[in-house]
Design a protein around this ligand. Structure first.
Ligand code: PHE
Length: 349
């Protein structure tokens, strides 16, 4: 295309511009605008082709013409954009005018899941112990007789070892009846000083009822240090601190002498029944108090079983029922509700 001249290109550019702008001015819909865009600016559009053909111009003429071409292109693009914007806005306004938007209508509610109330309570309990310097350690649900009973100083004929209480598995294994196996598991592997809490599921052959469940959760805790450094006073102090943190400083708590094979001396802690304020009801078995934990100084035989010298080390231990604590804390009066998984119940927490 040797005859291709600068003036021709200029004319063509002006012509394209004039025509495109005129067509755009008359177009009344997005489709029309789009077809102008494709015809002029598309991959083989008029302007695109013309710009491509400018390669044939003598080199010194190219800059001036190139500048004009770019200007035309930008002008058409800008015009298209503003027209599109205008049209879209008009469409939106029209549709809003046709179907009025009632901003007072209630929104769509999404159902949000959350952790189970027992999980929430467990986390809170562990947080309190962690803040007091106790480390959280997981220990197994499936145990052998030694870790669940023998090392914990249960006599061979202790009734808790009975088929009535324990779920036995094949191969001499069983489902732990309490988290006290955690004491043995941790102490076997480590040396004092120790301050540990072991949360977990426990199993006993109980019928599901208002107060009992065949599967429930406990949190075991224990602290061991040099003999003389840990006493019953530390146990009572730690538990009182814990109960105040969990139930509030005004809650009423009492300690009662008790018995466990693996602690000596032993004590149980009760809190004032919140359901009857102490008057007596089915939850507290008419006593006015709800038992929430067992505790005591770790028995010398337990220390011996894990290879600790009881002349050299001493420790305290406690075990608390998570469901029992949750029941009181959340004001739920029936253990079964925690396991039925009725969303109407769970949704309240
Ligand atoms: N293991 C005991 C129970 O299940 C609770 C307990 C733990 C008592 C630690 C004393 C010390 O009832």
């Amino acid at each position: 295309m040797a005859a291709f001249a600068k003036s021709d290109v200029r004319q063509s550019l002006e012509a394209i511009r004039a025509q495109a702008l005129a067509e755009l001015a008359e177009s009344s819909g997005l489709d029309q605008i789009e077809s102008v865009r494709v015809r002029v600016l598309g991959r083989s559009g008029e302007l695109t082709e013309l710009i491509r053909s400018m390669r044939e111009l003598p080199e010194h003429e190219r800059p001036a013409v190139g500048q004009l071409a770019n200007q035309v292109k930008r002008e058409i693009e800008a015009r298209i954009e503003s027209l599109q914007h205008e049209l879209r806005l008009r469409k939106l306004n029209e549709s809003l005018a046709q179907t009025p938007l009632d901003v007072t209508l209630p929104g769509v509610r999404f159902f949000h899941g959350h952790t189970h109330p027992l999980t929430q309570v467990t986390e809170r309990l562990l947080d309190i112990w962690a803040a007091m310097g106790f480390e959280v350690v997981a220990t197994p649900d499936i145990e052998d007789d030694f870790h669940n009973f023998g090392a914990l100083n249960f006599a061979p004929d202790h009734p808790a070892r009975d088929m009535q209480d324990t779920f036995f598995l094949d191969g001499g294994l069983l489902l732990r009846t309490h988290t006290s196996n955690g004491q043995i598991r941790v102490m076997e592997q480590r040396r004092p000083p120790l301050a540990v809490v072991c949360p977990g599921a426990c199993y006993r052959r109980d019928e599901l009822s208002v107060r009992y469940s065949p599967m429930f959760s406990q949190i075991e805790g224990f602290a061991v240090d040099d003999f003389g450094k840990i006493t019953m006073a530390h146990l009572k102090g730690a538990l009182t601190e814990f109960l105040r943190a969990f139930f509030g400083p005004e809650s009423e708590v009492r300690f009662r002498a008790s018995f466990f094979p693996f602690t000596e001396p032993s004590a149980e802690a009760d809190v004032r029944c919140i359901f009857c304020a102490g008057a007596g009801c089915r939850v507290c078995k008419q006593s006015g108090w709800i038992e929430i934990l067992g505790s005591g100084m770790i028995h010398p035989n337990v220390l011996r079983a894990v290879g600790y010298d009881p002349e050299r080390y001493a420790g305290f231990a406690f075990g608390m029922g998570v469901e029992r604590l949750a029941l009181i804390k959340l004001g739920v009066d029936d253990m079964r509700l925690f396991f039925e998984n009725d969303l109407r119940f769970l949704g309240q927490f």
